[in-house]
Design a protein around this ligand. Structure first.
Ligand SMILES: [Zn+2]
Length: 217
């Protein structure tokens, strides 16, 4: 499945593995994996017109507004010579509608929206097992990527910590926000008949196998 000017949108809660599976899938299929955070940083670095605008917000510690995000995605659509796997955009119904408008105007097509699904309990379990090294920033997971010694960094032997963001009560709040924003986006793609759901429960290899299967059919 590799049309030159096609977009696949990757949806799913934090902890569902969008980055890991998305990057691998894109690499194996010759697509460009485009996470919004990376696109933003890249535009700022290259000092594109929209990148200059984004930088002003980021320097003030402000959230980058929708118009700027649209501009970033539009620049990518204009310059990309490969099909795109978008991660982190659209996040809201309004963004999904703008993406449709932009892709149509620029001769692109949203081919599918792939939703990685995982229960809240599993997400909390995955994310709350994460530990970071406050010294060298190495990231571990007590379940899937444990350090050799009990909660001690393999690289620099510092005691690992849990980020506030990875505490169960904070995760549940983030999930509530995610579901509220994303439910209308999911409904939107479902109504268009291009939503594909992939269960993200289980081992990474299993999940990736499921993803491969649905996207190849
Ligand atoms: Zn360390």
């Amino acid at each position: 499945m590799s049309g030159q000017r096609e977009v696949i949108v990757l949806l799913g809660p934090p902890g569902a593995g969008k980055g890991t599976h998305g990057q691998r899938w894109a690499e194996e299929n010759g697509w460009r994996y485009a996470a919004t955070g990376d696109l933003l940083r890249e535009a700022v670095q290259r000092q594109t017109p929209i990148g200059v605008q984004a930088k002003a917000y980021m320097e003030k510690g402000l959230l980058v507004p929708d118009e700027v995000m649209h501009g970033i995605v539009e620049e990518v659509l204009q310059s990309s010579d490969r099909p795109l796997l978008l991660d982190g955009y659209p996040r809201t119904l309004a963004q999904a509608q703008v993406l449709d408008e932009m892709t149509q105007r620029l001769g692109w097509k949203v081919k599918a929206a792939v939703l990685l699904t995982l229960s809240d309990d599993e997400i909390v379990e995955r994310l709350s097992s994460r530990r970071v090294c406050p010294n060298c920033q190495a990231i571990y997971n007590l379940k899937s990527k444990p350090p050799r010694n009990d909660e001690i960094c393999d690289e620099c032997e510092t005691k690992l910590i849990q980020r506030d963001d990875d505490k169960p009560e904070v995760i549940r709040k983030r999930l509530a926000v995610y579901r509220e924003q994303t439910a209308p986006v999911v409904d939107y793609y479902q109504a268009k008949g291009i939503l594909v759901e992939v269960c993200s429960s289980g081992e990474p290899e299993e999940v990736y196998g499921r993803l491969k299967k649905v996207t190849l059919s």
